[in-house]
Ligand binder design. Sequence first.
Ligand code: PLP
Length: 434
Amino acid sequence: MSTTLTGVRGPGSGVRTESTESTENTERAAFDVQTIRADFPILRRQVHGRPLVYLDNAATTQKPQAVLDALTAYYTGTNANVHRGVHHLSEIATLAYDGARSKVRAFFNAASDREIVFTRNATESINLVAQAFARPRLTAGDEVLISAMEHHSNIVPWQLVCAERGARLRVAPIDDRGELILDAFEQLLNHRTRLVAVTHMSNALGTVNPIAAIAGMAHARDIPVLVDGSQAAYHLPVDVQALGVDFYAATGHKLYGPTGIGVLYGREARLEQMPPFLGGGDMIASVTFERSTWNELPFKFEAGTPNIAGAIGLGAALDYVTGIGLDAIGAHEQDLLAYGTEMLASVPGVRMIGTASRKASILSFVMDQVHPHDIGTIVDREGVAIRTGHHCAQPVMERFGIAATARASLAMYNTREELDALGAALRKVHGVFA
Ligand SMILES: Cc1ncc(COP(=O)(O)O)c(C=O)c1O
């Protein structure tokens, strides 16, 4: 069978190919970061008179031209509401929207499109599970188990539902490197545990959790597992069936897609058991004033007009990422992570926060006598964008006895030269405060 290596992308495709023709057994073309960079228009801009060095990817990634083109093409040539019209535009908008769902299904290797729900973001995906899955099942004294490295989005929804139902939120500890202490996690599983909700990858530390092992421990006790995949999904290949999880939440804007579009993967059997999360148009089969019945999966969970353009843009982003390959992206980012870790160790006064043996793409650090906000402000003047603060993970900061970190986070288009620029900017910071 003949396929193109680069999917729908145009000349700037992020991979160098001898020919666009290939077979399923052909190895992927070499990863070429300069070709990839050319696909991201924003990387050509300057900030404060310097070339932009964008190292805030854990907050949101930049968008390749293919995504921008998909959004423009949708609004200029296709715009119509979905699932409602018999007219031509509505039909092709519906095909494109449902086609994007199939791309998401393939990307995460879900068993069926029925298991892919479009949401606004990962936060909404997690809230959907908290409200429609956990809430009806929790009674007083039940427990939800999370880890000490969670983003607020995977803490607060459980606090809300636990408070309402008289249930208890339990927290599995992490060690000084920022790794989940698996023995302690397993000991916290008990007959009152109704759900495990853990991150695949920490946005504050970079730690990658052993999800298959965690799911195995939980499932041995019949406890369902939700995974927050917000960070992992754009750094590691994710196969929800191989991981064996019940729910997987992801967010489009970190996956090189638009803002306002998120994904919830849910096992079909679980989603079938759940009541709707929001009520309104599209999620119903029939409505009378006495009662309503629900649409089939996944539409039962998609009330109102969805983010059609966002879904289509996300589909284009997944084509782009798949065309390059998450294995190649991950290898490039691991090289940068090692290079950046060594570079930071050479900057006077810098201490890394998060040194897990399995980590990805996050360089979180503090600097003696310098507040992280001052670091961020000074390096910004050099054109280097990093994030400073608690990264929506205040309990992680508390665990390490700090208020904030400076965080450089990597994506497929970053280079060693950009990390050198960060190093030079940090030496200036040191010079100012020494
Ligand atoms: C680990 C993690 N979980 C959840 C979220 C929430 O993502 P969103 O704001 O797109 O819902 C983030 C975003 O930073 C994150 O890093």
